[in-house]
Design a protein around this ligand. Structure first.
Ligand code: SF4
Ligand code: F3S
Length: 106
């Protein structure tokens, strides 16, 4: 499966959702997740993310492994999203800031 990681938080560009052939992205207030039970590992979303926040499960950066579980958990709580919308208002300011998990809204 593919996994959305820290740099999506507070940016949420949503380019990723447009290319997913199985529509397996789920949206929270300031983050998106991928449902691992639905992802078919096509890898199309990975290069679409302007924040480089999407990784294959096997390539999640060191220190961000907890996002594998977070994607699984929140995909079961949040609503499906399939169409691009505006990024969050302060996306430019937050893009590249480390450790945004502390701001994750569930
Ligand atoms: Fe969707 Fe493919 Fe990305 Fe999985 S890897 S979330 S199936 S676009
Ligand atoms: Fe997030 Fe990147 Fe998609 S910032 S919403 S994973 S395009």
């Amino acid at each position: 499966t593919f996994v959305v990681t820290d740099n999506c938080i507070l940016c949420k560009y949503t380019d990723c959702v447009e290319v997913c052939p199985v529509d397996c992205f789920y949206e929270g207030p300031n983050f998106l997740v991928i449902n691992p039970d639905e992802c078919i590992d096509c890898a199309l979303c990975e290069p679409e993310c302007p924040a480089n926040a999407i990784f294959s499960e096997d390539e999640v950066p060191a220190g961000q492994e907890e996002f594998i579980k977070i994607n699984e958990e929140l995909a079961n709580e949040w609503a499906n999203i399939t169409e691009k919308k505006d990024a969050l208002p302060d996306h430019e300011k937050w893009d590249g800031v480390a450790g945004k998990i502390q701001y994750l809204e569930r």
